[in-house]
Design a binder for this molecule. Structure first.
Ligand code: 76R
Length: 287
């Protein structure tokens, strides 16, 4: 039975974020032919994942001590994520990459508004709430929402190709006196609507990927933000702190900030000869 307080969501890509420390000096000590071999083997794996409609892989050079490299995997199942993880760990390059942390989640589109509309529609049709018939009709409405091409496109969109990435996990507060999960549904729906309105003032400047991690990892959501200018993250996240959904209820985990780069630029990242670009430079494409 569906709990009347629970907003539905549509679920898409299964996502694994992995952070690594790169043993740069040990790698640099290898003969150049061996370095090239390791890099080529890794690029081949990432390119094959990203070329598939069933998966994607993204690389980012991270700033600070928390990690040097973030690998983002998208897949259609946990099995496929597991295979991607093992594929990476079997690379000879993995000897030089020490995992520091990771995050497991599933891309979600929240349906606060739609869930309320579905409830109203079924009420208007005089169905007994949560009867077998009600449940079947509710499922049908949900499936219809999932088939909406705009939703389908967002659920399985490839990793946004924008230079800067900011990733952090977060919770909605569940304290003794302030508890998101004890607010009435209508109140949470209103707060999420307001949240969306603030978010939309940044439409076009930022691409956000919200993934749910309740039951999978240490926080409740993973937030990936992608932009062409890192100041957009600072402005957007600051502004949201004043919005009630964040001001009263958001709790944040660690933030990870970095620069996405083209898969073909991995050899440049590994060699450290320059900062790898988002678009592969012609000379690396030739390697
Ligand atoms: O999916 C949609 O675009 C519809 C509206 C929407 C939902 C349902 C939306 C819009 N978000 C939704 C859900 Mn969001 N979001 C965050 C953060 O830093 C903080 O304070 C919080 C981190 C940012 C920066 C952000 C940005 N959002 C969620 C959820 C699920 C909550 C739940 O279900 O209870 C979380 C945890 C979350 C967090 N959000 C937007 C944005 C932006 C920029 C938008 C507008 C996107 C656009 O229109 O382009």
């Amino acid at each position: 039975m569906r709990h009347p307080e629970v907003p539905e969501s549509l679920d898409g890509w299964h996502i694994l974020h992995r952070m690594f420390r790169f043993e740069r000096r040990a790698f640099a000590a290898l003969p150049s032919a061996r370095r090239e071999e390791l890099a080529a083997e890794a690029v081949a794996l990432f390119v094959s994942l990203s070329a598939s409609p069933e998966a994607d892989a993204g690389l980012a050079q991270m700033l600070g001590h928390k990690s040097d490299l973030m690998v983002t995997h998208y897949a259609r199942s946990f099995e496929a994520l597991g295979a991607a993880q093992i594929g990476f760990d079997r690379l000879s390059l993995a000897e030089f990459l020490e995992p520091t942390t990771s995050y497991v989640s599933i891309l979600e589109l929240g349906l606060y508004g739609d869930t309320a509309r579905f409830h109203a529609e079924l009420r208007d049709r005089s169905l007994k709430p949560h009867s077998a018939e009600w449940n079947a009709e509710f499922d049908a409405l949900l499936e219809k929402a999932a088939r909406d091409p705009r939703s389908a496109e967002r659920l399985f969109a490839k990793i946004p190709s924008r230079r800067y990435v900011c990733f952090y996990p977060m919770n909605k507060r569940r304290g003794e006196s302030v508890n998101w999960y004890r607010l009435p549904y209508a109140e949470r729906a209103r707060l999420m609507l307001d949240h969306g309105k603030i978010g939309r003032t940044f439409h076009g400047l930022v691409t956000q990927v919200i993934s749910g991690s309740i039951g999978f990892d240490d926080y409740e959501w993973g937030v990936d933000l992608y932009a062409d200018d890192p100041l957009v993250f600072k402005r957007l996240i600051y502004e949201m702190r004043f919005d009630e959904a964040s001001a009263a209820f958001a709790e944040f985990g660690p933030f990870y900030t970095g620069m996405n780069f083209a898969l073909a630029e991995l050899p440049v990242f590994l060699d450290g000869s320059r900062i790898p670009e988002l678009i592969a430079m012609p000379e690396t494409a030739l390697r």
